[in-house]
Design a protein around this ligand. Sequence first.
Ligand code: DAH
Length: 339
Amino acid sequence: MIAEIQKKIKDVSGFSTNDSKELEKFRIEYLGKKGHISTYFAQFKKVQDSEKKEYGLAINELKKVTLKKLEDLKKSINPLDKFNLVNEDLTRPASAIELGSRHPISIIRDKIIDIFYKIGFNISEGPEMEDDWHNFTALNLPEHHPARDMQDTFFINKNPDLLLRTHTSSVQIRHMENNEPPIRTISPGRVYRNEDVSARSHCFFHQIEGLYIDKNVSFADLKQTLLFFTKELFGNSKIRLRPSYFPFTEPSAEVDIYWGLNSETDYKITKGTGWLEIMGCGMVDPNVLENCKIDPNEYSGFAFGMGIERIAMLLYQIEDIRILYENDVRFINQFKGSV
Ligand code: DAH
């Protein structure tokens, strides 16, 4: 019997074909349920004890040689098998590559930057951890000034004083300290306020600050700049400026755009007036210029500041600010293709 197995080993080694059907026949003949190999295994118990070892080694060898032969012939019949391809159709379309989407805050921030860039504004940034001077004092908000209560601050350290900036107006100061007029700059960035999180407000959000300092800058320049901006961003040419108060500007104003009253939502978001507030602005207070070593007798300027979330929520009709920070792909994916 061992001699018979040895012969089968020789047969297998000498076997060759380039026909896959024939190869399958060979497989069944040797490795099938009733094939040679399982038959030899079944006969193992009938073999005399003295021969068992040699017999076992022989059928294992036969099995090994057969499996190897089978694999080699498979590869030579279908050369692609050696790449272990699951699907052999090389002409089939590739699976689509998932593209990511930009976050609505980034989309709106970049749109705003592009608009001001076109009219000569550069971009400046400052730290999110600020000192009292840049966030408050230099902006005409001395200690104990009641206007400090307008902004609930996260304080980090008392001495040296360190806090999370409550607005991007701090970058105005840094920019004026480090640059000579004429200045035209916008400063996008994240700001923090110690406020309860709700559908309308969050403890951090984003702002864009604008600053223009030169000789003979007037309120009319401010108005025209903002009109250009609102036309570009909202396609809307109707704005109004309402008198307001900010410690760092004099006079100060709040800017409303005419949103219209075309739908029920328009009524809701404009409280029935058709007007929407989008930013604060004003002529830079002479004290602020002096704090930055700019002579207010020679130079004047305007500043403005707006919340990016607010504008994104208006343009994309997002009702709850919190969804902007949840990273839910079902939300983010809706901005695919927007740049
Ligand atoms: N910093 C103000 C805020 O956070 C926004 C602002 C108002 C900025 C008027 C300005 C400005 O530059 O002139 O509410």
